[in-house]
Design a protein around this ligand. Sequence first.
Ligand SMILES: [Fe+2]
Length: 573
Amino acid sequence: MKKPTYILGLNFAYHELSACIIKNGKLLAAVEEERFSRIKRGKQALINNPDVLPKEAINYCLDIAQIPLKRVNYIGLSFSPKERLKNINVDSYYMPGNWGSERGERLFYKKITRVPLLLNHLAGEDLSRKIRWIPHHICHASSAFFVSPFSKSAILSIDGIGELSSTWMGYGKNNAIQVLKEIYYPNSLGFLWEKISKYLGFTEYDASKIMGLAAYGNPRRFYKIFQKIVQLKADGEFTVDNSIMRFRMDDFSQLEDLFKTPKEIRRPLKPTKNHKDIAAALQAITDDVVIHLVTFLSKKTGSKNICLAGGVALNCVSNSLLLKNSICKNLYVQPAANDAGTALGAAYYIWHQELNKPRSFIMENVYWGPKYSDLEIISALKKFKISSYKKTTDITEKVAEKLSEGKIIGWFQGREEWGPRALGNRSLLADPRRKDMKEILNERIKRRESFRPFAPSVLKEFLSSWFKEHRWGKSLSAEFMEVNFDAKKIKQKKIPSVIHIDGTGRLQVVSKKTNPLYHKLIYQFYKRTGVPIVLNTSFNDNEPIVCSPEDAIKTFKRTKMDYLAIGNYLVSK
Ligand SMILES: [Fe+2]
């Protein structure tokens, strides 16, 4: 019998370190390093650390495949170091020794090109002939198209920066993708969000908070200013004025002048009207650019399908507009649309484009991370000297009962989610009917800003009776929490804790096929309450989402959650 082909995909150049492994084109495992190391995003993207590898994620993937590193046939690295060198002296807005400077970029190049040596060291033999460097946006694009349900599709990748480009447009047909157009730094939507987040007192990683805040603001007030910064051009192009943005500098002077508002020093606990209106205008201009790009791509390719990737593809507001406004018919957003997903793209690019293998895998669910046995769960409980637990015959029934009584449950089941969203295997659950549940959750566990919405998990069968369903065609995006829906007016007051200020639910559709246990739990809750929806937020407390039983127990003990439902065990305080 022919030996199977294993391909390891790795992402490490900037952040969101991750690894995945595929065997003859079928995904076996995909996971982010942060879930093991407990360091958010695995590391911060710095000029001097591109050689920090996702070692624990690699080990996990090899464990699942039950092979040593040297048995892997190919290793896809989601970056092109040579292409990155084109960043030197692009414009005058950079800091000496850092991104964009000659010294900085040379240091980055020197460090990242050490990676094959480091991998050789890990394997104990020379792997160089197996290693492929694949450009960042090709990996984003591959991560979306090759695992999508489409045989033909337009593809759009939008992020901060790959090597030099920030936006990549292309077309996928069967087992090949081709580029149609790239838009280069500093014309970057991802960096626009990072810089405005910092300007408003948040970190560059807080785009999702700004997206939540935007719904509270008036998009018209500052829209003209954003039009000055971001301009739509013919042929699907756009520009961002870097003499204003100064992405690679800690300089906000031009923004302060334009918005007549000083940069916030720290995260504002109560955002002002200015904050809200700036966020709203940023969302509005982003919607315009995304629609502009997809409209161009649809015309150019004649495709009604679109695959999205890159950090900006996590903007569920813009994504939804594509469907609502019929800019596309079918949408697929790979769940790890951020840089973590490029590991997946690197592996599938090799399998399809280099080895010319036919398509054979669709990513229909996100459960590609670690799972733990009853034995491991019991031994973790013992380690923390917890005796207040009961084994249940049907954990869903007990949990549904507790949820309907207003309890907050840590729900830890099966394989961990791939991508930044907790989708019913490492989730915190609560009753969406309670008006005060958002405040209770924030006060007792999450400590999030009060303006951020919590998401509903909705049974697929009931979606259209609670939300205005836009055509989502063959889209799986709603199962991955990547589009939002307008809640029906009459239903909004029944589930106040999961309806955002703009009347939307940034929801997860739960189907029996993708997560039968979670589906059963919500169904049990529905039988008790008449509401086929639970509040779902990630199982964490200002840390990466919990991965192991030990992580879950630590977070359970540290916070004021009421119960932990871990495997078949219900743990009480
Ligand atoms: Fe990226």
